[in-house]
Design a protein around this ligand. Structure first.
Ligand code: ATP
Length: 234
């Protein structure tokens, strides 16, 4: 479904991504692991159109989409939940959710809103509350729910568990698995390596801008070198 090859991305003169390649099969969950500063967020920004690579190709459903803007990619079915969530603090939960569907012209938005509010009962309870007054976990759920309302084929999640309490983290991973089971392909960036791999089919390991390992999620979980380097934290 997604094929990234030979990607080189720079911030000014500083090269951050060096010859990145990865693939995401339709229906799967794929995780990118890596330490702080390895280039995980830069990879997500390059795939979602927030950054343009100097070299390389991003293909989505067989089409070359390299260099397209985020709104163009959203229309093609790629939605990003960015690091730090970036929900609209001064708008209500409902208004935030409606923003997720702003580009849609079909008549199933109401139906999808109902579906999302059923999946995230906490958002239903807080429909009229301002986004900025939600807790961290609730904001993450809102950001994911808003992305789902764009009806993505591929959902990109950048560190969805960041800064959340362990119980909430478990909830978030459960929700990601459910979203995948209902037909959405997921590419995930995580520092919470063990939990991310447990729900994933495949994983990549990024180190200072280069992919240094990849494999089936189960194999990475069982690989002592990977365990030591990236899976130390529970
Ligand atoms: P983290 O888990 O800390 O978010 P990451 O793996 O997502 O890390 P990136 O945010 O992609 O890492 O950053 C990769 C490298 O690029 C880092 O060395 C970072 O300092 C650098 N970098 C990120 N954003 C910029 C920027 N706007 N300008 C210059 N350098 C940047």
């Amino acid at each position: 479904m997604l094929k990234v090859s030979g990607i080189h991305t720079y911030y000014g003169k500083i090269q951050v991504l060096k010859n990145i390649a990865l693939e995401v099969e339709e229906g799967s969950i794929v995780t990118i692991l890596g330490a702080n500063g390895a280039g995980k967020t830069t990879t997500m920004k390059t795939i979602s159109g927030l950054l343009k690579p100097q070299q390389g190709k991003v293909e989505f459903l067989g089409e070359n989409v390299t260099g397209l803007r985020p709104d163009q990619l959203l229309r093609k079915g790629i939605a990003l939940v960015p690091e730090g969530r970036q929900i609209l603090a001064g708008m209500t939960v409902m208004e935030n959710l409606e923003m997720g569907a702003y580009h849609r012209k079909d008549n199933e938005i109401e139906k999808d809103l109902d579906m999302v509010l059923k999946r995230f009962p906490i958002l239903k309870e807080r429909e009229k509350q301002l986004g900025g007054t939600l807790s961290g976990g609730q904001q993450q759920m809102l950001a994911i729910a808003r992305a789902i309302l764009s009806r993505p084929k591929l959902l990109l999640l950048d560190e969805p568990s960041m800064g959340l309490a362990p119980l909430i983290v478990a909830d978030i991973f459960k929700i990601i698995k459910e979203i995948n089971q209902s037909g959405t392909t997921v590419l995930l960036v995580e520092q919470n390596a063990r939990q991310a791999l447990k729900i994933s089919d495949y994983g990549y390991v990024l180190e200072t801008g280069k992919m240094v390992a990849d494999g089936k999620a189960q194999d990475l979980l069982n690989d002592p070198r990977i365990m030591e380097a990236y899976l130390g934290r529970k």
